[in-house]
Design a protein around this ligand. Structure first.
Ligand SMILES: [Zn+2]
Ligand SMILES: [Zn+2]
Length: 273
């Protein structure tokens, strides 16, 4: 318990910066899946999002933690009426928060207003570890905040469970987006239950048939159960979105694009489910 408390008290901003350095270094040392140029510029553009998200979280993370804490202290949610050992409630918390994010992610692909923000993440034609922080700040408010509150309210999940989920998900999504070439056996073993980098790369494919698949962050089980799992050979994947060419990859353009460039039904992946 003490170890867990120490773990979740790690400053998440420091953790994110440390992971960014580690994975950026790894991508320059190990074999990469994709060959890109201008990676330094790409990193700097994506760091713009990290700065905004860090500033936003000074306020937003406090709101989420206090909200979830309030719900838990007021005995709201199912887990308060079931006698579960701590270890089991923590595993279930991580799984349930992940399942909530699966559904919010799926929603973000199917509701035009939400897609206009979420497609900023998909617009990246040079996917690497820094693509993970290319998230529009408004999406972060909707996505992470709503799913945390709803799951805490329904199941009575605690801030301890949320903290554990966050401390797992941050390095996990770095691994998922990292441009390292991973051996195929990972998909065939680990990938039976968990999302692998190759599975998430399929989600970043330009072909909308594949973009609308593999929504899960940690447990690919959700895609397998709810029928959205798809696979494509990594070497056949073409990253990004057709409507975001090289001229539309700058931080400033991506920040304003949801407000000036509302996606039409025909130029998004909203047609297919
Ligand atoms: Zn997506
Ligand atoms: Zn992604």
């Amino acid at each position: 318990m003490e170890t867990l408390n120490t773990l979740i008290s790690i400053n998440l901003d420091y953790l994110t910066v440390a992971l960014l350095v580690i994975f950026f270094t790894a991508e320059n040392v190990f074999n990469t899946q994709f060959k890109f140029d201008k990676m330094g510029k790409h990193l700097l553009e994506n760091i713009g999002f990290l700065i905004i998200i860090t500033l936003l979280n000074l306020f937003w993370a406090t709101v989420i933690v206090n909200g979830v804490d309030w719900l838990h202290n007021n005995q709201v949610g199912l887990f308060h009426y079931i006698d579960l050992p701590l270890w089991l409630s923590l595993i279930l918390s991580v799984m349930l928060y992940d399942m909530a994010n699966y559904w919010f992610h799926r929603l973000a692909h199917n509701v035009s207003f939400l897609w206009s923000f979420h497609r900023v993440h998909h617009s990246d034609s040079r996917m690497d570890a820094s693509s993970n922080i290319r998230v529009h700040p408004i999406e972060l408010v909707f996505y992470f905040g709503s799913s945390s509150f709803i799951m805490a309210a329904i199941f009575g999940l605690s801030t301890l469970g949320l903290g554990l989920y966050v401390i797992i998900i941050i390095p996990y999504v770095f691994i998922e987006h990292c441009n390292i070439k991973y051996p195929a056996w990972i998909d065939k073993t680990f990938g039976l239950v968990f999302t692998t980098p190759n599975f998430h790369r399929v989600h970043h494919d330009q072909d909308e048939f594949y973009t609308n698949s593999n929504y899960a962050d940690i447990f690919i089980l959700w895609d397998r159960i709810f029928g959205t799992f798809k696979y494509k050979q990594p070497e056949d994947i073409k990253l990004g979105l057709k409507e975001f060419d090289d001229q539309k990859q700058s931080f400033w353009y991506l920040m304003k694009t949801p407000f000036i460039n509302i996606p039409r039904h025909s130029d998004t992946n909203l047609n297919s489910k």
